[in-house]
Design a protein around this ligand. Structure first.
Ligand code: HEM
Length: 393
């Protein structure tokens, strides 16, 4: 029995050693892993410290990269010379539209231009001539006003056309309360050629054609609707040339979600000289409704993306910012993030409202799957929306 006990003792001791060894080995591995992790963590902290290191420019501005310092005086110049000291006016709206018309000259399949390269500014005569391609509307209609306004300022800055167009769009948008602070990536080379024709969607296009064009440039239906948030700070000069500066919503000076609501209101009138190509019935005197916005707001492929932005400022702004970040670097690479030169926009916190005399019963509900937000109505009689001052008049 003793021997059997001894035998079992020795067996267990025999067994114990390898077990201890495994534990020790594990402990060693664990210790090494821990020290390895601390080294990696320390290294990553050093890297992130290096990445987040801030540079103080000679102007006193602080930025993430010394290469961005030269942009601060240019931002001030653009505000003074182009945007009347920082206004969300016609020039700011047009600068955003120009960035879109420039960048969308691109295809993920190739062969459609250099994207966000400023070709629309350098080769303005060519790209503006696209307006005569269609007997219905002008794809780049009205763009000549802003290119001729921007060109002399652009020449004085020393920037490439692409950097200028996309910096001006970010600054102009930032002048509109409620807008996101758009990303600005710096370092585009000079554009090599004009974009080809037929890249800019037109208000007479079908939803299928519009979504196909956006998809060809790399944007989903959701992103296309997100980009259309821009029409909250938009007015038409040439859709009906008898009424230049006719806004798309009742709050054209603020980047709110009012346009998503108002495009869904039942239309009853044309604000100017009757029905024009690309225009459909509007709900308000003085307001222009594009056929493309009308259709996209009601199409089953896009209606819910449209409706969910109504009174959801945070969603609208974050989706717009993300889609713009993608748009403004189409076709570009090796850019430096100079977003901290872009002014910080004022925030909006008040809920949007139905225009006076309108309510839920005036809405074309096109996304019954989602609840429609409860909104108050502005007091008083139905408004007439005043035009945006147009600088070329
Ligand atoms: C379905 C796609 C789109 C169509 C069919 C379209 C069409 C139009 C039209 C016809 C105008 C009025 C032009 C005039 O008469 O002066 C306009 C204005 C404007 N669009 Fe679009 N657009 C589209 C997408 C976009 C996108 C993606 C952006 C920006 C990201 C944008 C920004 C603007 C702005 C800011 C204005 C106002 C310009 C001003 O007030 O001077 N649009 N758009």
């Amino acid at each position: 029995m003793d021997s059997s006990l001894e035998g079992s003792k020795s067996n267990s001791e025999f067994l114990l050693f390898p077990l201890l060894n495994i534990f020790q080995v594990n402990e060693m591995v664990f210790a090494r892993l821990t020290s390895l992790i601390s080294v990696v963590l320390a290294a990553s902290q050093i890297t992130s410290a290096a990445l987040t290191k801030r540079v103080t420019c000679s102007t006193g501005h602080v930025t993430a990269n010394a290469a961005c310092c030269k942009l601060f005086p240019i931002v001030d110049k653009i505000q003074q010379d182009l945007f009347d000291g920082g206004e969300c006016g016609e020039e700011a709206h047009s600068a955003l539209r120009l960035a879109f018309h420039d960048a969308i000259g691109f295809s993920i399949h190739g062969g459609k231009g250099g994207g966000a390269d400023g070709s629309i500014l350098i080769f303005n005569a060519t790209e503006e001539a696209f307006r005569i391609r269609s007997y219905l509307t002008d794809a780049n209609g009205g763009i000549d006003d802003i290119t001729s306004r921007q060109f002399p300022v652009f020449q004085e800055t020393g920037l490439t056309a692409g950097d200028f167009v996309h910096l001006a769009a970010a600054i102009g948008t930032a002048n509109c309360p409620g807008a996101p602070r758009l990303q600005f990536m710096f370092g585009r080379p000079a554009p090599r050629a004009p974009a080809p024709d037929l890249t800019v969607p037109e208000p007479t296009d079908s939803v299928t054609a519009i979504l196909e064009r956006f998809a060809d440039a790399g944007f989903s239906a959701r992103e296309a609707v997100a980009l259309l948030s821009s029409h909250t700070i938009a007015a038409a000069d040439v859709v009906d040339p008898t009424i230049p500066g006719t806004p798309f919503d009742s709050t054209v000076g603020t980047f709110d979600s009012q346009v998503f609501l108002e495009v869904l209101l039942k239309g009853s009138l044309f604000p100017g000289n009757g029905s024009q190509p690309g225009e459909v019935l509007s709900p308000l005197h003085g307001e222009m409704r594009l056929q493309s916005d009308f259709l996209i707001a009601r199409d089953p492929r896009t209606a819910c993306f449209w409706q969910e932005k109504i009174n959801n400022q945070a969603l609208m702004v974050s989706e717009f910012k993300a889609a713009m970040a993608k748009l403004q670097v189409l076709g570009q690479r090796n850019l430096i993030d100079c977003s901290d030169v872009v002014p910080v926009p004022k925030t909006l916190t008040t809920p949007i409202k139905f225009p006076a005399s309108f309510s839920r019963r005036d809405v074309d509900i096109a996304c019954p799957q989602l609840p429609f937000p409860n909104l108050a109505t502005v007091a008083g009689p139905a408004p007439t929306i005043p035009p945006v001052y147009v600088y070329s008049q």
